[in-house]
Design a protein around this ligand. Structure first.
Ligand SMILES: Nc1nc2c(c(=O)[nH]1)N[C@H]1C(S)=C(S)[C@@H](COP(=O)(O)O)O[C@H]1N2
Ligand SMILES: [Mo]
Length: 509
């Protein structure tokens, strides 16, 4: 088959306009689903775990833009190819693609809305893409006959190049305009700026003096919201309107309840500093942060619904369909696990779970920190498999004792003489008791620890080193307050968290 450049342009413009229009409609009409996002979600779900881990490691918080860009690049290639196959084949192939997108939309992560409404954007996409493609190529022959002169093949009789390009221009404007409008003016409001947080009934203990060593390059003791790591599978940050927010608590309980956002704010609020860590944190990695959270104790909520005797887990679900399994014990003991509504003094930022997320001291995020939370089901571990558990991760995952060297940076060049080696160490809900440092596999030296601020938070540490010229390897190891050391053994992040001593290589002049 000969491929036609005119057809490729027509396919791209027609498909692009369809996608742009569908993006605008999906944003403007609540309850509808964007086909582009549904397809990209499917790509995330089907991506093998190792590739996801690779993406998180390579792109970190930028893994979503990278994925979306790949999906769009793939779409551009497919549309151009489909168009290049000419009018008849192209129309058929486009129709098949639109039908597949429709199936993907229907199979997308759960929403409460009916199938007809959800299919509106993909239906509009199909109508625009097929209609404008057929219109653009109305005068072009399917495939130029092999003996057609080149000039004639490019511009067959009846084909008006100027008209063609003008139509392509209009379609391009729909593609870009629709996508941008869907992302901006048409995006629904969440009511976040109107949220008034009541003062917590049980405020956090005052921050002890000396929790922060104030060394240049050392991670701040409290992580700013905008610097806080972000890890999730949400391609687009879910936008939950506070007024529509409902939290269901049900399952093996005496009396299921449904609460609005205001209902939660009206309950006694607690304020606590808690360090979160991702299981994807490689040794020395960035996926750990410390914040002040305000929320409702899960213990209060669970005692209100009355938990059945045979339950041992809570399965939480987010608006974007993430499922997370958490042991009932950690949600009902005295560790102050909470449904958080505020982070560092403001309503949760959208990326960190607005309006409500779970925060549990001592457990990795994937088994505890459900963002955009809407459903708590009291159940048994034997009766369900949560998102990451189905992908080879452990069902239960307490945070392992760990430390990180922030200063000096790896491969730094530093002058000889006295120089600080410093970092953070964490072992949430057990507390950090000791950090040691060694140079070139020499004797372990005790580091000085910053003031302790409860066992649920990380601790900064520093060790003064008399650096001598040459290349050196600095390592650190922490020990928690129960005596569990950070092990030297290197294990990967799956199934329940990486271990190993962090090390930095430096050159002293
Ligand atoms: N809805 C939802 N909640 C989620 C996740 C997710 O993918 N979706 N990821 C979890 C993981 S793996 C971690 S480590 C924490 C990260 O929280 P943060 O992004 O606020 O740092 O959120 C948890 N909650
Ligand atoms: Mo995580």
């Amino acid at each position: 088959m000969r491929l036609s450049g005119t057809g490729a342009i027509a396919g791209l413009a027609a498909g692009g306009a369809g996608v742009g229009a569908s993006q605008a409609i999906a944003a403007a009409l609540p309850g509808t689903t964007s086909p582009l996002i549904a397809v990209a979600n499917r790509v995330i779900d089907w991506t093998p775990r190792q590739l996801k881990e690779f993406a998180i490691e390579q792109f970190g918080t930028n893994d979503k833009p990278v994925l979306l860009a790949s999906v769009i690049a793939g779409m551009v290639i497919v549309l151009a190819l489909v168009g290049a196959m000419g009018r008849t084949v192209g129309i058929t192939a486009l129709a098949v693609l639109v039908a597949v997108a429709g199936v993907v939309v229907l199979a997308d992560r759960p929403t409460t809305d009916g199938p007809i409404l959800r299919l509106v954007p993909v239906a509009v996409l199909g109508a625009i893409a097929l209609g404008s493609f057929a219109w653009l190529l109305r005068a072009a022959p399917d495939t130029p006959a092999p003996d057609t002169p080149a000039a004639e093949a490019a511009a067959p009789p009846g084909f008006d190049r100027r008209n063609f390009l003008a139509t392509v221009g209009v379609l391009g404007a729909v593609a870009v305009g629709g996508t941008v409008a869907g992302q901006t003016v048409l995006a629904p409001g969440t009511g976040r700026s109107g949220v008034r947080l009541p003062p917590p009934r049980s405020p956090a203990a005052p921050l002890p003096a000396g929790t922060a060593l104030k060394l240049p390059g050392l991670t701040p003791y409290i992580t700013d919201n905008r610097d806080f790591y972000r890890v999730d599978t949400a391609l687009r940050v879910p936008r939950v309107a506070v007024d529509d927010y409902r939290l269901r608590i049900h399952g093996l309980v005496d009396a299921p309840i449904e609460l609005s956002f205001q209902d939660l704010l009206d309950l006694p609020l607690i304020e606590r500093r808690i360090t979160l860590t991702c299981v994807s944190q490689p040794v020395g990695g960035p996926y750990v942060g410390n914040a002040t959270w305000i929320g409702v104790r899960t213990r209060d909520l669970l005692s209100r619904v009355g938990v059945g005797a045979d339950a041992d887990a809570v399965k939480s679900t987010s608006v974007d369909g993430m499922t997370i399994g958490t042991p009932l014990t950690v949600l009902t003991d005295d560790r102050d696990a909470m449904l958080a509504v505020a982070m560092n003094g403001e309503p949760l930022p959208p990326e960190h779970g607005f309006p409500v997320r779970m925060v549990v001291p001592g457990l990795y995020g994937y088994v505890s920190a459900t963002k955009w939370l809407t459903d708590l089901e009291v159940t048994r571990f034997a009766d369900f498999s949560a998102y990451w558990t189905s992908r080879g991760y452990a069902a239960q995952a307490p945070i392992k004792t760990a430390s990180r060297i922030d200063v000096p940076k790896s491969f730094a060049r530093i002058p000889a003489g006295r120089t600080p080696v410093a970092g953070v160490a964490w072992a949430q809900h057990r507390g950090i008791e000791r950090v040691e440092v060694r140079v070139d596999r020499g004797v372990w030296q005790p580091a000085q620890l910053a003031e302790r601020d409860g066992i649920d938070c990380w601790r900064q540490w520093v060790w003064q080193w008399d650096a001598t010229p040459g290349n050196h390897m600095i390592e650190a190891r922490a020990t928690d307050a129960t005596g569990i050391p950070q092990t030297e053994e290197r294990v990967p992040i799956a199934p329940d968290g990486a271990t190993g001593w962090p090390g930095v290589q430096v050159r002293v002049d």
